[in-house]
Design a protein around this ligand. Structure first.
Ligand code: GRF
Length: 214
């Protein structure tokens, strides 16, 4: 049963995006196929015109944009933005908030509203390459002889740590000697598209203990 108590028994997901939304698509496809007992009840982007918004609309999901620009004039604009974002998301009564390519740091005025229920995807191993361009940085590190594999991690976001927080699952992704960057990007994305819906299924089924769930 959904924590929201609404009549549809499927878990309610709000997915936050900033770009192409290929991971959103993987979630939508898993929901449509019935392998993920969930419904995406809203998609929110911080950027106008991104492909992920079109993917949401094509699936009949409300696709909303909250640009940060309107908050710039206010003191503490990041917190004001995050409080407004939290209000927007809360209106959809999510069981889980999924950051799927959401490229903006979130502060406690957002995270404190959904304790233990914000899930992030990071295209690297736990503790590795936090922040942007993680796949490219892993590729360069491999070229420099520093690493021979990267990974994909799905984790909870309890606080303002960057790509940090209790790990729900992660997988190794090998880097082959003759890989181009595009090869590696494709390999990492293929793992992401499988792992993220899988972890959401485990969470919904209660197969992963979530220490912060309130
Ligand atoms: C993914 O690689 C995700 O891990 C990273 O940004 C990318 C988003 O891709 N944070 P998409 O928008 O899901 O296609």
């Amino acid at each position: 049963m959904s924590a929201s108590g609404l009549s549809d028994p499927r878990a309610r997901l709000v997915v936050l995006i900033s770009g192409s939304g290929s991971n959103l698509q993987a979630i939508l496809d898993a929901c449509a196929a019935g392998v993920l007992p969930a419904q995406v009840v809203a998609v929110v982007s911080n950027k106008e015109g991104v492909l992920g918004l079109a993917r949401a609309r094509a699936a009949g999901v409300p696709a909303l944009v909250l640009p940060p620009a309107g908050f710039k004039a206010q003191a503490g604009d990041r917190c004001a933005y995050d409080a407004a974002l939290a209000n927007l998301v809360a209106d959809f009564a999510p069981d889980w908030v999924v950051l799927a390519g959401w490229m903006r740091l979130l502060t406690m005025p957002f995270l404190g509203r959904f304790p233990g229920r914000v899930v992030n995807l990071h295209p690297a191993q736990p503790g590795a390459f936090p922040g942007v361009h993680a796949i490219e940085r892993a590729y360069r590190a491999c070229q420099a002889g520093e690493i021979s594999e990267t990974g994909v991690m799905v984790h909870l976001v309890p606080d303002e740590g960057v790509d940090d927080g209790p790990v729900l699952a992660w997988e190794r992704v090998p880097i082959q000697p003759d890989d181009t960057l595009d090869d590696l990007v494709a390999r990492v994305h293929a793992v992401e598209h499988r792992l993220l819906p899988e972890v959401l299924r485990w969470l919904i089924a209660g197969e992963i203990q979530v220490p912060l769930a309130g």
